[in-house]
Design a protein around this ligand. Structure first.
Ligand SMILES: O=C(O)[C@H](CS(=O)(=O)O)OP(=O)(O)O
Ligand SMILES: [Mg+2]
Length: 222
């Protein structure tokens, strides 16, 4: 099995794993425990329209802060206070890149790393591509290290050099945690009083569930 690592977009026609550690992948994985369906969308207007259409809970942020008038932001801790049939969510990076990927999409992070590696092997025929969400198209170390954690469960396969680098970078847990806590994204969340979200997003393998994005939505874990 070929395993590659890319930023912001995927060239795989097989299986892609979207990694947005801070925080969309983590938040969606938590939300999948409490919602029957999750609809990730790129724009605020689309989110508001779909939330009305489906009588859904509406979640989203821009630059880390909850969007005015929404039920909640993009906090994996706060989303666990909500449940229902449908959640509509829009975030700065993670939900934006899902719309552009042709492959079957899995949602990966530290909180479901082992499970997402296993599910990717179950679903892929020849190529698993990990897609770092990044921030506004730029490299974000938290997604590199989160991808590395997932790749640590795929290390016996045919890793490209980007994937090998991310795997090697993920091996020292203390260094990983410090690097993520000092990342630009984490610092921005800290300024918003959301440092506890960063600590939560660093927890390994809390969930065995892997959200799968297909035909515009994600089915919940129930
Ligand atoms: O909500 C988040 O933590 C980030 C905000 S920012 O891009 O780091 O400012 O969005 P996400 O789409 O979860 O990366
Ligand atoms: Mg992010």
């Amino acid at each position: 099995m070929k395993v590659s690592l890319s930023l912001d977009s995927s060239y795989s026609e097989d299986v892609a794993v979207v990694v947005d550690v801070l925080r969309a992948s983590t938040t969606i994985t938590v939300a999948a425990q409490n919602f029957g369906k999750i609809i990730p969308v790129k724009s605020i207007d689309d989110a508001q329209y779909l939330a009305k259409k489906y009588d859904a809970i509406l979640a989203g942020e821009r630059r880390g802060a909850a969007i005015k008038g929404f039920d909640t932001g993009n906090s994996p801790r706060e989303i666990s206070n909500f449940h229902g049939d449908v959640l509509v969510i829009t975030t700065s990076n993670g939900t934006r890149i899902m719309e552009g990927i042709k492959a079957k999409i899995l949602i990966g992070s530290f909180v479901n790393a082992r499970a997402v590696a296993k599910e990717a092997l179950n679903l892929a025929s020849s190529h698993i591509e990990l897609v770092m969400a990044g921030v506004e198209g730029r490299f974000a170390i938290e997604d590199y290290l989160g991808a590395g954690e997932i790749i640590s469960h795929l290390q016996e396969h045919n890793l490209d050099e980007n994937a090998m680098g991310a795997y090697m970078a993920s091996l020292n847990e203390n260094m990983v945690n410090n690097a993520v806590k000092n990342s630009r994204s984490a610092r921005r969340l800290g300024e918003l009083g959301l440092s506890e979200d960063v600590n939560f997003c660093l927890k390994r393998n809390l969930y065995d569930h892997v959200p799968v994005y297909a035909n515009g939505s994600i089915t919940g874990a129930q």
